[in-house]
Design a protein around this ligand. Structure first.
Ligand SMILES: Nc1ncnc2c1ncn2[C@@H]1O[C@H](COP(=O)(O)OP(=O)(O)OP(=O)(O)O)[C@@H](O)[C@H]1O
Length: 505
């Protein structure tokens, strides 16, 4: 595939500028860049959902008709997005057949032939579960395999993947990589978009770096290391886990939050811990260990079956999320688009909605102060380098990572007591990740209780003062300071609480 001079602006703002790119068969081609650099815009042009202002795309020498998803699919391009486009209550097979090309001479879908092709594709990439399984019963990793099989059942010559490992464990990621390598070895071109730079360096044969809509670097495997890649993406270096300072937290007073013997269904099995003033407490472990469920219980999304909470030494039992927020406990969820953002509203509105500081009282009645709100939102946009034309811009038009930053900004000035962040840096670039970490740490040092859930061990090592590792609904161990290392976390993630022994992964 050849891309030449691809250019796209939105309301005068350049999203992609004169992009030239060759994506070759049998190659895994990494596409990286900061939030808002133009990666999705490029992919959307290829997918036919955005029409470029100018430039051309050629597939095997033939020019692609832009603006038509059908033309893109017909040309052999397939796209798998992070928010997997699946219908959960349909089976894997039904999902694979959705939108199947019409192949009979009457213009109808040839179900039989499509099913045979789908099953062959599933076998080819080593799917071992029955294709009759409902997608809602599959893990995220298995859903990715279904979507990949769907693409190859339609003879895709190029598959673009957007952050495939964002919700996968290390082991699942490795399995996916071996499928990707195998596809490339069989002549498929893979366009791989990710903010996880280690895996990009490990997996990709060639890497293209976008910055502010322009291609600023392109390198073959082995010609770029992580430091060089970070510099190409954000223009400067970032701190490594070794550079961080460990502080001593006083854990003798009344904790901000106490969790005692909390249980919910099979997901959380009698968990107890405390969160102290000044510390960043993290929950580590494998996906499915019960961390998100625990966060939901603390934040009032669900009610525990048993156990209790205390906030600043007083009983705390929120009946719902609003009750939790009222008591000063907020959650930045994992699924931010679905659960956190008001996509129709502006950046400023989304940032300010939780801030009581913006209320002015006139004759005893509360009013939102527009000017104060705007100034505060502008401060936050600057502090977290949120890429947006202004605070009045609709948040839906921001790139995914910038939406995430706005959601975090919402709580930074809100005067809350405890903030829970579920995978705070998923989908954000390396530079933004550092800015978010600084903001979280500052919040903790200012006396707000912080609980962070992260599956990214490096993130835990950089950010957390204390890590509680969970497995199958229980806490299997606690790590502090320089003991927060990848091997220690992995060991505890596989630790069997009942037998007191670690299991081999
Ligand atoms: N529909 C739209 N309307 C207005 N601006 C848009 C639209 N889509 C994208 N943009 C802007 O184009 C720029 C590039 O965005 P894009 O989504 O391509 O970035 P990205 O590299 O995919 O970022 P991320 O890593 O955060 O997903 C951003 O400044 C974004 O705000």
């Amino acid at each position: 595939m050849q891309i030449r001079g691809l250019t796209k602006s939105f309301a005068g703002e350049v999203a992609l500028w004169e992009a030239d790119l060759d994506v070759e068969r049998s190659h895994v081609h990494g596409l990286v860049g900061a939030n808002g650099a133009g990666k999705s815009t490029l992919i959307r042009c290829l997918a036919g959902v955005t029409v470029a202002d100018r430039g051309e795309i050629r597939i095997d020498g033939e020019e692609l008709r832009q603006g038509s998803p059908q033309a893109s699919e017909h040309a052999g391009l397939a796209f798998i997005h992070q928010e997997l486009n699946v219908i959960p209550h349909f089976s894997a097979l039904q999902n694979m057949l959705l939108g199947a090309p019409k192949v009979t001479r009457f213009g109808l879908i040839d179900w039989k032939r499509s099913s045979v092709q789908a099953r062959a594709a599933a076998e080819r990439i080593g799917i071992h579960f029955p294709l009759e399984t409902r997608v809602s019963e599959l893990t995220v990793a298995e859903r990715w395999l279904v979507m990949i099989a769907k693409a190859i059942s339609r003879n895709a010559s190029m598959i673009a993947m957007d952050e495939p490992t964002a919700s996968l464990s290390g082991q699942e990621s490795e399995q996916l990589f071996s499928v990707i390598r195998d596809l490339a070895a069989n002549g498929v071109a893979i366009l791989y978009v990710s903010h996880r730079l280690e895996e990009v360096l490990d997996l990709c044969d060639r890497i293209t770096v976008l910055r502010d809509g322009r291609i600023v670097d392109e390198a073959m495997r082995g010609h770029l290391d992580k430091k060089g890649l970070v510099r190409a993406i954000i223009g400067h270096d970032i701190r490594s886990p070794e550079d961080r300072e460990h502080i001593t937290v006083d854990r003798t007073g009344t904790p901000i939050l106490s969790v005692r013997d909390v249980a919910w269904k099979q997901a959380v099995k009698g968990v107890s811990f405390d969160v102290y003033d000044g510390e960043v407490l993290a929950l580590g472990g494998l996906i499915g260990a019960g961390r998100t469920e625990l966060a939901h219980l603390i934040a009032g999304v669900r009610r525990p079956d048993s156990g209790r909470f205390e906030l600043d030494g007083a009983p705390y039992s929120p009946s719902d999320e609003a009750g939790a927020i009222g008591a000063g406990v907020a959650l930045v969820p994992e699924e931010r688009r679905a659960q956190g953002l008001m996509l129709q509203r502006s950046v400023g509105y989304n940032i300010n909605i939780a801030s009581l500081d913006n209320l002015r009282y006139v004759a005893g009645l509360p009013f939102l102060s527009a000017a104060k709100g705007r100034r505060q939102a502008e401060r936050m946009v600057k502090r977290l380098s949120i890429k947006t034309p202004g605070t009045a811009t609709r948040i839906a038009s921001l790139s995914g990572g910038n939406q995430q930053k706005a959601l975090i900004a919402r709580w930074l000035n809100s005067g809350i007591r405890l903030l829970i962040l579920d995978e705070p840096s998923r989908g954000v670039d390396v530079g933004a990740r550092e800015e978010i970490h600084d903001a979280i740490r500052e919040l903790a040092r200012s006396g707000v209780g912080i609980v962070v859930i992260s599956s990214d061990v490096e993130e835990l090592a950089i950010l957390a003062d204390r890590v509680l590792v969970m497995r199958e609904g229980r806490i299997t161990g606690e790590l502090t300071g320089s003991d927060i290392t990848e091997p220690n976390i992995i060991e505890l993630s596989y630790h069997d609480v009942d037998s007191g022994k670690g299991e081999t992964a």
